[in-house]
Design a protein around this ligand. Structure first.
Ligand code: TEU
Ligand code: CA
Length: 620
């Protein structure tokens, strides 16, 4: 039944997309979902809610929400059967950003031979599967996320032989490797786009063009990297859509030829033996018919005008099912979608086992404390991370699998967002690692997490290459001074995560580096210990999750073993994890009947140090 402005809030909240959008709104205003489920609020009609909130939220926002909710008639399947054990639920993943991972030939750019050279390091760390950010031929307008040839290796990174050697060496060590699939767009230097501009009808329809004069832009959509989402091509008198940089042109997924091309290139790499893909912004491939304007208020709120017209588009599930059926399934390949903007219900509708679409997704709502944005200098609140984890751990269902990560190549380092006080960094890094490897889900380490890397002390925009940061900086300097604009960029630039890893900084006569190196080695050892603990524990990989204390500044939870499709007895240890989320000492949880697993020794069993985390194992 279609919702209208006459519908009630409880009807909106009962629909999966409605629940997600309401939860996001509530999260931003710091309210819990119980605010909406109380009968008085639940019975308010949406048109009344619009009138009551007219001062802040225009009625057009309600209409835009109703349109989105009405676009989804299905509900996420409930998870009945016991959780299914798979390699990608057992696994710990490690994301490599090749450009800055390890430079084997001294040209200052990371490369494939460099990754191969570090496989024993990664094996020793204990990771199971590598995720390579794009290594395909690219002009590097967006560091490889603008692909010019899907079947060729980027020259700076090496050759296809280097790739084949890397894949062979990965598999030889019983590890796996997934690639980054960027198929919402190609580089404007891709053969297809060059032919499209030559008005070759076949290729012209591979992209999203709109005929029109230069002063008549097709709609008001903004790019993720600032500015309009359209290029004008004088030679053909038309506009071309780019949700990202001006050199990343959106593919037209409505065109079956495009879907066939994507299917073929996926099969080409899977035939080579790669184990799956991380799928770049895969949720935006289906745009609403007619590419309607974005709602101005939503654009203001989210920061990307037009996003509601494509972030959960009308044919997304159909496209994902088709690609899984024709490419992933026949190879039993793994898929994790990058889905900025997704809420939990959208995630369930896209990853529940019964849906036959993706295995997992990356949702990003936990990366910024509500009310704050990445491009903002603020202190991240770990209480919010706790609440986010509790919500997903308890509501996501065993037919879905959560990805557990704090960092990637698109975000500053989490430890630096939490505090700039270096004294606490080591404790926080241990705390984050303990949670990442004892919570219920699949961990994704970002390169350098295990080295204790923090944000970089950039001094000027000259050091920032990232196309997104440059786009925002140019936009900011139209309305503020350069120093102020730089400070905003410094808070949130993706460049923090793209510095060459400090493998063997020469520490001679630099005592602070010696200390740092020692801490890094200790942190590496802690990561290795926790990864091994998780690998050997059925409970930590598959067990249930129970909160024991979620008061401000605290997070105590228990993991109990459960029966799975592969294991019909739940007799692995019970674990208890005791976390202090604040920079002040706290009374520790009295773990009676447990033995200490981590750390090895305690300063004072009764007192949790600032940001301290402990892991206990129940004595059977
Ligand atoms: O990122 C998509 C994207 O939306 C991010 O830039 C987002 O702003 C960020 O994740 C918020 O935390 C993917 C790639 O990860 C990114 O590196 C590319 O620049 C982008 O797509 C375009 O391919
Ligand atoms: Ca190199």
């Amino acid at each position: 039944m279609k919702l209208t402005l006459n519908s009630k809030i409880k009807e909106l909240y009962s629909r999966p997309i409605g629940r997600d959008l309401c939860d996001k709104l509530l999260m931003q205003i710091g309210k819990s979902s119980s605010f909406l489920t109380n009968p008085i609020v639940g019975n308010i009609r949406l048109k009344t809610a619009a009138k009551l909130s007219a001062k802040f939220i225009d009625v057009s926002v309600f209409q835009a929400i109703i349109n989105l909710v009405n676009s989804e008639n299905e509900y996420p399947p409930q998870s009945e059967s016991p959780i299914e054990e798979t390699w990608w639920k057992d696994a710990v993943f490690y994301q490599i950003y090749p450009r800055s991972f390890y430079d084997s030939n001294g040209d200052g750019i990371g490369d494939l031979k460099g990754i191969t050279a570090k496989l024993d390091y990664l094996k020793e760390l204990g990771v199971d599967c590598l995720w390579l950010s794009p290594v395909y031929d690219s002009p590097n307008d967006d560091n490889g996320y603008d692909i010019r040839d899907y079947r060729k290796i980027m020259t700076e990174f090496g050759t296809m032989e280097d790739f084949d050697e890397l894949l062979y060496e990965v598999h030889k060590r019983n590890m796996r490797l997934i690639m980054d699939l960027v198929v919402n767009h190609t580089s404007d230097e891709h053969e297809w786009f060059k032919k499209a501009l030559d008005i070759d009808p076949k290729y012209h329809d591979y992209y999203i063009f709109r005929k029109g004069s230069k002063d008549n832009i097709p709609n008001n959509w903004r790019s993720f990297f600032a500015g309009e989402a359209w290029n004008y091509y004088d030679e053909t008198g038309e506009w071309g859509l780019h949700l990202f940089s001006k050199k990343q042109m959106d593919l037209n997924w409505e065109n079956e030829e495009v879907r066939l091309e994507v299917r073929d290139l996926v099969n080409w790499w899977l035939d080579k033996g790669v184990d799956g893909f991380r799928m770049d912004v895969i949720n935006v491939i289906s745009k609403n018919d007619g590419l309607p304007d974005g709602n101005e208020v939503i654009g203001e709120m989210v920061g990307i005008r037009g996003i509601e017209q494509y972030f959960y588009g009308p044919r997304l599930h159909e496209y994902l099912r088709e690609l899984r059926e024709k490419a992933f399934e026949p190879h039993k390949a793994f898929s994790v979608g990058e889905t900025p903007g997704f809420g939990m219900e959208m995630a369930k509708l896209t990853t529940a086992k019964e849906r036959g679409e993706l295995d997992m997704i990356f949702s990003f709502d936990h990366l910024e404390t509500p009310g704050h944005t990445r491009m903002e200098d603020y202190e991240y609140d770990l209480n919010y991370l706790r609440d986010y984890m509790i919500k997903w751990m308890t509501e996501y269902g065993d037919n879905c699998r959560m990805s557990l990560f704090y960092n990637n190549h698109d975000n500053p380092r989490m430890v630096s967002k939490i505090t700039k006080n270096k004294e606490h960094h080591f404790a926080i890094q241990k705390l984050l690692a303990v949670m990442q490897f004892t919570l219920k889900g699949t961990p994704f380490i970002f390169q350098g997490d295990e080295m204790g890397l923090v944000n970089y002390d950039f001094e000027s925009m000259d050091q920032i290459e990232d196309v997104e940061s440059k786009g925002f900086y140019n936009e900011y300097t139209e309305k503020m001074g350069r120093a102020e604009a730089f400070n905003i960029i410094l808070a949130g630039t993706r460049e923090h995560a793209r510095i060459l890893l400090p493998w063997n900084e020469n520490t001679n006569n630099r005592p602070e580096l010696v200390r740092q190196q020692k801490a890094n080695d200790e942190l590496f050892g802690i990561y290795r210990f926790l990864i091994k603990l998780r690998r050997e524990s059925h409970t930590l990989k598959y067990g249930s999750f129970k909160v024991l204390n979620s008061k401000k500044g605290r997070f105590v939870f228990q993991r109990n073993d459960i029966v799975t499709n592969d294991c019909n007895k739940a007799n692995d240890y019970t674990y208890l994890v005791d976390c202090n989320l604040e920079p002040i000492a706290k009374k520790a949880y009295k773990a009676k009947g447990y033995e200490l697993v981590f750390p090895k020794v305690l300063k004072n069993e009764a007192v949790l140090e600032p940001f301290e985390a402990r892991v206990w194992k129940k004595i059977q």
